[in-house]
Design a protein around this ligand. Structure first.
Ligand code: ZN
Ligand code: FE
Length: 256
């Protein structure tokens, strides 16, 4: 049985670049390479060869290494067809619902506008791995730079519907600050309090808190629970519709 091997490369202040490799064929993708050099170093260490870049969205801390990596390795760059003008060096244009083959492993493309218009996620269903960029974070979600709360809520609802064991490979280590915010609006959530303590301990030891699982996120991430009456009540928003609950807590996070 072939499988997807994943390596996590911390770069810049709090970004994660991922390498995902099909161990059967050696096909290897860098997901959201903010910078090139740490990727090239890691590839050399592992003896892996880069064949692809998968971009989730156009922000510089996700595409900044595209062109240098393409020059150095000849890799193929994959991104959203609808946002192709903003993805440097794009070769393969994908759209919502497409299946993209990385060797024997297959990623389904899921359109998740909100953080930006044209943000996409890559879901390797058989490998229980979701690369979701700046849409869903551990205990949080991306800021709304271009989309509306309704778009982001719909996008998060799509991700939320994936299987619980799915590992959530998000693009930033924001979990500790996200946990403090989540506790501020949902202080009676015991599972959340336990998770927050674990997160703080891991960060004290300098360890990553990513990936999490979708099951954990569904129980503790307030941005996936805007349609949960208990969460709305805890946030002082009882009776409001999910989009308005989501919009309200997303705005509070901006100023937290
Ligand atoms: Zn971004
Ligand atoms: Fe980012």
């Amino acid at each position: 049985m072939s499988k997807l091997e994943v390596r996590q490369i911390p770069v810049l202040r709090d970004n994660y670049i991922y390498l995902a490799r099909d161990d059967a064929t050696g096909a290897c993708a860098a997901i959201d390479p903010a910078v090139a050099e740490p990727v090239l170093d890691t590839l050399a260490e592992l003896g892996w060869q880069l064949t692809h870049i998968l971009n989730t969205h156009h922000h510089h801390d996700h595409v900044g290494g595209n062109l240098e990596l393409k020059r150095a390795t000849g890799c193929t760059i994959v991104g959203n067809a609808a946002d192709a003008a903003r993805i440097p060096g794009i070769d393969v244009r994908v759209a919502d619902g497409d299946a993209f083959a990385l060797g024997t492993r297959v990623a389904k493309v899921i359109a998740v506008s909100g953080h930006t218009i044209g943000h996409i996620a890559y879901w390797f269903a058989d490998d229980a791995a979701l690369f979701c960029g700046d849409t869903l974070f551990a205990l949080g979600c991306g800021r709304l730079f271009e989309g509306t709360p309704a778009q982001m809520w719909q996008s998060l609802s799509r991700l939320r519907a994936l299987p619980g064991e799915t590992r959530v490979y998000c693009a930033h280590e924001y979990t500790e600050a996200n946990a403090a915010f989540a506790l501020s609006i949902d202080p009676a959530n015991r599972i959340l309090a336990e998770r927050a303590a674990t997160v703080r301990a891991r960060r004290r030891r300098g360890e990553p808190t990513v990936p999490s699982t979708l099951d954990e996120e569904r129980r503790t991430n307030p941005f996936l629970r805007a349609d949960d009456a208990a969460l709305a009540k805890a946030a002082g928003l009882a009776g409001r519709d999910p989009v308005s609950v989501f919009a309200d807590i997303r705005k509070r996070k901006d100023y937290f």
